[in-house]
Design a protein around this ligand. Structure first.
Ligand SMILES: Nc1ncnc2c1ncn2[C@@H]1O[C@H](COP(=O)(O)OP(=O)(O)OP(=O)(O)O)[C@@H](O)[C@H]1O
Ligand SMILES: [Mg+2]
Length: 135
């Protein structure tokens, strides 16, 4: 099964999140600059003429389409890199993905989501190395 991770977090955590994902072998992703609010409905800032409300705050939205078994390690990596512990750290949503088609080749599903040196390629290489090693 294929899933979509949609993570919304602070702009200043983007580099840390990208590095954390690269470190575990997550290759394919895309990023949007979004504005939104959660439970607090924005923040109140103090201006020259008194306090004013900013109800839509800038955040990063990161989308990753990946195989089921890679979802939890990816969530852990994103949380570890994006969390400050303060209100407004963001949210992660997980969706089922119906189908993936690589336009160039017509490959579908997990075949369309293989990348050289990615999290799955690393796991396969580790497994092959373990088998080859004398008991
Ligand atoms: N239900 C939602 N649907 C879509 N996007 C959301 C939703 N809730 C929050 N967001 C997005 O996530 C961003 C961060 O939300 P935020 O971290 O403030 O969530 P929260 O639930 O209020 O948690 P916290 O209590 O930590 O502030 C928002 O600015 C908005 O872009
Ligand atoms: Mg909030």
């Amino acid at each position: 099964m294929t899933k979509k991770i949609e993570a919304i977090f602070r702009e200043e955590r983007l580099n840390a999140v990208k590095e954390a994902l690269a470190a575990i072998g997550i290759v394919g992703l895309n990023v949007f600059e979004v504005r939104g609010h959660g439970r607090q409905g924005g923040i109140v800032l103090s201006g020259r003429n008194g306090p004013y409300k900013v109800d839509l705050l800038p955040r990063i939205q990161l989308n990753i389409i990946l195989s089921d078994h890679n979802v939890e390690p990816t969530i852990a990596a994103i949380r570890a890199a994006a969390q400050t512990g303060e209100i407004g750290d963001g949210l992660i949503f997980i969706y089922p993905v119906e189908e993936v088609i690589r336009i160039r080749t017509g490959e579908r599903a997990s075949a369309a989501l293989h990348y050289e040196g990615d999290i799955d390629a690393r796991a396969e290489a580790a497994e092959a190395a373990a088998e080859a090693a004398p008991a």
